[in-house]
Design a protein around this ligand. Structure first.
Ligand code: PNS
Length: 160
């Protein structure tokens, strides 16, 4: 089975890595689809995010594909000829948003399915937003992001 794991991944965290590793136990091929949202102010641009994710997931070889997408996720699913999407659920607070986008996506694409993976407890509090905030204020995020991502964050926000 092939599936798409969409997200902003700004930056890719250990929570995302956890979802990828769980998903690879179920699907053969995973397309990491990085949302190219020009209206959102991102920390990392596409030319930084995509190679970083490649580097972090290099050990999975050709089971992983990383590309950017823009526009509707359902259109991207059609283009990639798969109806299966992977998302992570950290806590109950994620559920309402995920449920709403799932229902809307299925309305537009009746074959659309989402497989949800629950975060492990040590990753359940991690979000890219929190990581960006802590790193930008000089805090340590070594345990919450892959090494390559930590290196990039330190280049942007050197610690005193
Ligand atoms: O990591 P994120 O930011 O929670 O990912 C959200 C994402 C990329 C899955 C979602 O915003 C999305 O699918 N955007 C593409 C536009 C789209 O299809 N919107 C309709 C869903 S209601």
């Amino acid at each position: 089975m092939r599936a798409i794991y969409p997200g902003s991944f700004d930056p890719f965290t250990n929570g995302h890595l956890d979802v990828v590793e769980r998903a690879l136990k179920v699907v053969n091929h995973l397309i990491i689809a990085v949302l190219n949202n020009t209206s959102k102010k991102n920390l990392l641009n596409m030319d930084q995010r995509i190679p970083l994710i490649h580097e972090v997931l290099s050990k999975y070889g050709d089971r992983i594909e990383v590309e950017s997408f823009s526009g509707l996720l359902v259109d991207y699913c059609n283009k990639k000829k798969t109806n299966v999407v992977i998302r992570g659920l950290r806590a109950v607070s994620d559920f309402d948003y995920e449920h709403a986008i799932f229902l809307m996506n299925r309305k537009m694409y009746p074959e659309f399915e989402t497989l949800f993976f629950m975060s492990s407890s040590e990753n359940s509090f991690i979000s890219s937003t929190i990581i960006k905030e802590v790193a930008s204020l000089g805090g340590k995020v070594t345990d919450q992001v892959p090494e390559a991502v930590n290196k990039k964050l330190l280049e942007i926000y050197p610690r005193k």
